[in-house]
Design a protein. Structure first.
Length: 393
């Protein structure tokens, strides 16, 4: 049996995002499949024609001799799917893929087509006023018009119908949280869907980069408005104003100086505090990110809409707790082992930062994390095994 796996969406995105949770999920699942002791199964990774796999760009997967790399211009162009094989999309979401799956189904009636749909947040995500501060000039002025066109015309008018058609063409849909599952079912209550908790494997070779400060809070993927660095900065600024003797810094990954300078124009933000106490690291590798998790005080994760909330699990895997958003799927990740605040409530964010900056209280939550991870590690191992059985069924 052949298992064809879409690898297009796992690769670096056009906006410069080199590392993302969906790509991590894709590699994790592929690794599990490659470790199966079954000579009857062939794993074929479908990659764009420009991609040349190597030990440098895909060290985790390139080591497997039983993995077949297949370059194609587009998955829709494949005309030689082996009969009764499986086509799996680990990260479904692009409008192109939603439409292509419908066409592939018509051409290949015996092909089993499965997909992981991490979320349908494009149907529910609402921007807030702070997002215009991620840009400047004419782009900032036109932000309301751009948001209306993208959120209402492109996503809901074009993408929602494509999603509904695609769901009918899939043999099985997987997702990573009950929150996402309920929203997918709201689009089509007859879809064959299963919820498998998302897994994360800790990096075994972390690179330590703590030399920039002694005590810091970590914020990851700062340049993406969804991740809500804007309100995190406002909350951190409010905390520092109320606690002027605090030496804690805010380390931000995935952001450049231009975006940061734009965010420093936010109303009510103490620019002096932020420019003094925020440390920008830009993009970091998975090894560097592991080192940042290990050395941080805790993680600040104020994302406004998620299908899962991988940074909460990543932090917990390295023994760290979070101040996290209390919305969407995020509270499902590790429950009461983290502190919560509404993502646009700056005062609540400041209050929770102050809570975990108390070493005694922080120690209590780190103990909760350690206890929870005993269970979560067992769950991740079990869920991965069950998922593979389901996919191959």
């Amino acid at each position: 049996m052949n298992i064809y796996i879409d690898f297009f969406s796992a690769l670096p995105q056009k906006d410069g995002v080199e590392y993302h949770g969906g790509g991590n999920y894709t590699r994790n699942i592929i690794g599990e499949l490659l470790q199966l002791d079954n000579d009857q199964i062939k794993i074929i990774l479908l990659c764009p024609s420009w991609f040349v796999p190597s030990n440098e760009n895909e060290p985790e997967l390139y080591k497997y001799d039983n993995l077949i790399w297949k370059n194609v211009k587009a998955i829709i162009n494949i005309s030689d799917f082996e009969e009764k094989s499986i086509l799996y999309y680990p990260m479904l979401g692009w409008l192109r893929d939603l439409r292509d799956i419908v066409k592939i189904r018509k051409r290949n009636p015996t092909l089993k087509i499965c997909a992981t749909l991490h979320d349908v947040r494009f149907l529910h995500y609402t921007v807030d006023y702070t997002e215009k501060y991620y840009s400047n000039g004419i782009e900032k002025i036109l932000f309301p018009l751009k948001s209306f066109i993208v959120d209402n015309l492109i996503k809901k008018i074009l993408k929602r119908p494509a999603l509904k058609k695609c769901l009918k063409s899939l043999d099985k849909v997987y997702t990573v949280s009950n929150y996402s599952m309920q929203h997918i079912l709201a689009e089509d209550k007859r879809v064959k869907i299963s919820w498998y908790y998302q897994s994360f494997d800790a990096n075994k070779t972390p690179v330590f980069t703590k030399d920039f400060c002694d005590d810091y809070i970590l914020f990851v993927s700062g340049a993406r408005p969804l991740k809500n660095l804007s309100h995190a900065l406002l909350g951190f600024s409010e905390y520092k104003k109320a606690n002027p003797d605090s030496l804690v810094k805010l380390v931000i990954t995935g952001i450049n100086r231009n975006v940061f300078n734009n965010l420093c124009k936010l109303p009510n933000l103490d620019r002096k505090i932020i420019k003094r106490d925020a440390i920008l690291l830009g993009y970091v590798s998975s090894e560097e990110l592991a080192g940042l998790y290990i050395n941080c005080k805790f993680v600040l994760y104020m994302s406004k809409n998620e299908g899962f909330g991988l940074p909460v699990l990543e932090a917990a895997t390295y023994g760290k707790t979070c101040v996290a958003s209390n919305t969407t799927s995020i509270p499902e990740v590790i429950g009461s082992a983290v502190r919560y605040a509404y993502p646009t409530d700056d005062t609540a964010i400041a209050r929770e930062i102050a809570y975990l900056c108390d070493d005694e209280k922080l120690s209590l939550y780190e103990k909760r994390v350690a206890e929870a991870m005993v269970i979560m590690n067992q769950r991740m191992k079990l869920e991965k095994r069950n998922f593979i059985e389901d996919l191959l069924e």
